[in-house]
Design a protein around this ligand. Structure first.
Ligand code: GDP
Ligand code: GDP
Length: 438
């Protein structure tokens, strides 16, 4: 499911992170408890009146910086404009309207994106203070008085945000097109690959006021089908200020993955696997996305007949936390196997969407539990009565068992392997849920 994005923008100290934390509430800590999730405090899921969206605190990206405030603000605004559906501009009743607020308001207005004006630190409930009216001068319409510390006023402000939020299904108009996020650490060749795929000459139009479709995405149609490459402009426009801050690119990658069906994780063959690669890949894995690893710069390696197999073996070990992921050895420079990459993207997307009949699943289950007995503890043995697939993207299975605590990880692993083998489920994470039943 693709969630819309709401970005919080504003000068330092107006209370952006306080507001962010208030709106995210306890939900974030639940996510943080999930092992393996690299979670930034600046990006989290938020819900209001049954509608869900992702909230981004653009100010949380550069905690301390020698930059002048205005260039920080420019980066924040650019990120918000290119990636958010709605922008919350936070100001401060105590400092009043400043010239920086004015500049930012102008920048945001030019983009045509909906902006909701939050006037923070209005801590007293009751009649809005006179100072509030000054904020009409920003030209952004009604100012919403809020106390981020106490939570007052956040409801009215969120009501306003919801007015501009697109329906979740709105972006999924073209069901046929596979949405692809190309991710990876700096210098692995993402922009080269995107340029190879999308064609150098293609002009990217972005930030155009009033465009409904995300102008940072690129549509591709070829013999392998229809594809949408997400946030290609963000990857290509790396010379701009935005990408000089590492955290922006990480956040952009997360946001791209959230919107994607398939994550193409690019790594550099001349460097090999690094910790940072596993972080990027881990996010796609946790989000249940179909994944392909593109081993780029394959042209630059000295090779003999064994190189690829040896490389693959090593990678299989490095990527053991997502053992299902296929590898494609490509070169953005020469175009080597870029067609194969398209084929794999399609393939893993199909696997991510697969539906397996309950009858077939239980046949495999019966066979597997016969071959290797379920574990037991203190005279009680695990009984698995039944399993069924409850959803797709990623394929999610529910097991009905007598005692959940007997269903050890190693036995789950065993069953996962059996299921993967039987139904050739590679290229996608799969999820197991356990329910107890007597
Ligand atoms: P940021 O730099 O925009 O993220 O601002 P912070 O969230 O770090 O807040 C800056 C300061 O303003 C902190 O000392 C907060 O406690 C304070 N602050 C934030 N929201 C409110 C509010 O609603 N009322 C009051 N009185 N202070 C607030
Ligand atoms: P990004 O930071 O991930 O977008 O990486 P770039 O696309 O900017 O590439 C980083 C460097 O690697 C550049 O100097 C590219 O010319 C080089 N590069 C990218 N792809 C390839 C490739 O397939 N083969 C070789 N030999 N160099 C490449």
């Amino acid at each position: 499911m693709v969630l819309p994005v709401v970005a919080v923008v504003g000068r330092p100290n107006v209370g952006k992170s306080t507001l962010f934390n208030k709106l995210i509430g306890q939900r974030l800590s639940i996510v943080e408890d999930t092992p393996g999730v690299t979670r930034d405090r600046i990006y989290g899921k938020c819900e209001w009146l049954g509608r869900e969206f992702m909230l981004v605190d653009t100010g949380g990206i550069e905690p301390e910086s020698d930059d002048i405030i205005l260039s920080q603000m420019r980066r924040q605004s650019e990120l918000a404009i290119t990636s958010a559906n709605v922008i919350i501009l936070v100001t401060d009743i105590k400092s009043g309207v400043t010239s920086t607020d004015m500049e930012v308001a102008q920048m945001l207005m030019k983009s045509g994106k909906p902006v909701v004006l939050c006037v923070n630190k209005v801590d007293n409930v009751g009649e809005p203070p006179m100072e509030l009216y000054e904020f009409y001068n920003l030209g952004l319409g009604e100012p919403f008085p809020v106390s981020s510390v106490h939570g007052h006023g956040t409801g009215d402000m969120l009501d306003e945000v919801l007015k501009y939020l697109p329906e979740i299904s709105a972006e999924e108009d073209d069901d046929e097109a596979v949405k692809v996020a190309v991710i990876g650490k700096p210098n692995v060749g993402k922009s080269s690959l995107i340029n190879r795929i999308c064609g150098e000459e293609r002009v990217i139009v972005s930030d155009i006021a009033g465009t409904t479709r995300d102008a940072t995405d690129t549509d591709i149609e070829n013999e392998f089908g229809k594809f949408v490459f997400i946030d290609t402009a963000g990857i290509r426009r790396k010379s701009k200020v935005l990408e000089t801050v590492e955290k922006y690119s990480v956040l952009r990658a997360y946001m791209a993955v959230d919107r994607a069906d398939v994550a193409v994780i690019v790594i550099d063959a001349t460097v090999g696997f690094t910790e940072q690669d596993s972080k990027v890949a881990g996010y796609a894995h946790e989000k249940g996305k179909a994944c392909v690893v593109a081993v780029n710069k394959w042209d630059a390696l000295e090779k003999d007949g064994k190189t690829m197999n040896e490389f693959r073996k090593k990678l299989e070990n490095d990527f053991s936390f997502m053992s299902y992921v296929p590898f494609v050895f490509v070169s953005a420079k020469t175009g080597l196997r870029v067609d194969k990459l398209f084929e794999m993207i399609r393939y893993v997307k199909e696997k991510n969407s697969v539906r397996i009949a309950t009858g077939k699943l239980n046949e495999v289950l019966a066979y597997a539990t016969q071959r290797v007995q379920p574990p037991s503890d203190k005279g009680r043995r695990l009984k698995i009565y039944y399993m069924t697939q409850v959803s797709t993207n990623p394929p999610t299975f529910v097991f009905f068992v007598n005692r959940a605590e007997l269903f050890h990880f190693s036995y789950q692993r065993y069953l996962e392997n059996q299921i993967r083998e039987t139904f050739s489920l590679d290229g996608t994470p799969i999820v197991f849920k356990i329910r107890e039943r007597d």
